[in-house]
Structures are given as C-alpha cells and as structure tokens.
Ligand binder design. Sequence first.
Ligand code: CA
Length: 350
Amino acid sequence: MEKWRIIILWFLLLQATTLIAQDPLSDQGWHLIIDDNFNIFNNSIWKKWDYKVHGSASDEEPQVYLNGNTYISNGNLVMELKREATDCPLSSGCYYNGEHMFSSGAVQSTTTFGYGYYEIYAKMDAAYKSWPAFWFWKSYSDNNTNNCWYNEIDVFEAYGNKPSFVESNVWYGFVCPITRLQLGITKHSCNYSASYHWYSIEWDYNKINWYVDHVLMRSIRNDVGNVGIHHSLFIIMNFALKPTNPSDLTNITYPHYMYVEEFRAFKLLYDCNTIVNEIPNFTSFDHKVKKSITLSSQTVLPSGSSESLRATDFVELKDGFEVPLGVSLYIDITPCVETLSNESQTENSY
Ligand SMILES: [Ca+2]
C-alpha cells in the first residue's frame, strides 16, 4: 500500500510540475506585499541612479545613468536611453572620468528583498546594442574576516538586435577576493519589444524558477557554487547599452525606452510547526506553509478551483484523494528558511 501511495504522489507531482503556470495573484499561498502601478515615483521603494556608470575600465558601458532619464508617464516607469554627451567626473560619484555619448535611466530598490515571487510587466524598445535588464544583486567583501560573497539573479537581460528572446542567468562568488562565476545563460522566447510581458522569478531556499507571462521557462536548484543565492538583494531595472566601440553607435537613432507598467512582490507566510490532517474547508484554509499536509478522500477540492499546498516536510495524498477534472492542484515542498540578514553593502563592485 505504501508503494501505491508513493506512486500516486509522484504521478500528481509530475502533473503539477509539467503543467506549471504560476500566477501568484490567483495562488492564495502568495501574499502580495508590494503592488507598484507606477502612477507616482515611490521614493520609499525606489531610488534613481544618478551620475552612475556601470561596468569597468575594461568593459565600459557607453551610457551615464542620470536622474532625469527615469520618470513616470502614463502609469509607466520609463527609462529613457538617449544620445546625450555627458561628463561623468569622479567628483560626481562616477568610477572614472570622461565624456560618454549616451545617458540612460535606472532604478534600484531602497531596501533589499529576500525569498519570494517578484515580477514586472514591461516592454522594451529594440535598439541596436541596447541591453535592458531586470535583476537582483548584492555583494559583500571583507578580506580581513575572509567573508566575501556575490549574489546576482538576472530575471532577464535583453538585446536590442535580438528582440525575439530574453535571457536569464545567475552570477555568484563566495571566496575572497571575489571572482564572479556564472551559472550560464538560457534564452526564453519572447517578443519583448512588440508588447508588454510579465517577467517573474520565484526564489526560495531550494530553487529559482523563471517565468515569462507566468509560464515556467527555467528551473534550477538553488545551490550554485554549492552554496546558492541566499542573501537578500537589491532589485535593479536599467536600460543599458552593451560595451561597444562608440563608432558602432553613430548611425543609430535615439531615444529608446524601457517601460515598466507594474511591479509586484509576493511572500509566502509560514506556519511550519503545524501538521495538517485533512482540509475540511479550503475557503478558510490559511494557505501558509505547513510542516506536513496529509489528505485522503475526506478532503474534497472545490469544483473548478485552483489550489496550492506547501509544506516543509511532505504532502501525502492517500488512497481515495481525488483531483477532479477541471481542478488544478499545485504542490510544493518549501523549507522554513529566511534569507540571510543584511550586511553593509559595497555598491561599487558589480
Ligand atoms: Ca501602471
């Protein structure tokens, strides 16, 4: 009998994982903590990059990020990439002196965010060498105590001359001095310049999932470098140009825009010491992560419902438990682990 239960469980899990299309708004396990529609620029959530240059002396990006290139228009956060000769002296906080041919916009969250589900609804112009991105980042470096780490999750990076896909990646480093290593790029089909799309990550102790329009595109175990991405991170949206010979860009028409219509952040809630035996009423079930959940024929899924169950140890579906036609059931094993606490940040090492 035990074997039969296990087979049923695996069958259901397989169904759940092969049909993953997660919209956290309709999943009661995900609790909305921020919904920014960009009707105003919310200074408590975001700060604009100003007189900031990205890259290094060896891979300098052609644009200077300026405050004025990021603004709200028609319910969108707009980042404007334009041809504009801009001096960026060291005294302004730039890393190196010199005139840049372009200016652009970027925002960074004012605080860091840990495990959760995060997404933007965005559209980007396809411009030669343009490089819009939505990513999570933080690094820390203290050689004296041998405590160094680099965490970066790229929800997407897109390339102007290749508007049919976006890319995902993870960058990491865990030893002093920091050397960045990458998990590796995966391409996700998506006409990012033709229309708005949802770009999302689901990030917990065990895994990182990437979604485009709430359809699963990539899933990894969260153990890059045998450590994983476990620090709370800043969220960044920016419209860059790839490092290039300036003469490459002389014949390109500017400006170009990255539009972000909405940003959402969701958290799971935890009740990890509670053992659930049967759910008599899904309407009153709190959908927090439980220690374990065991269901049998006594538990009836409401017709037409879309339910999610999360537990730290196991979800057991015993003989007689049914998922009726037209009902979807999502099951996930999620440990009760929060992201690591904040360390003072080093802003200048990407
Ligand atoms: Ca909006």
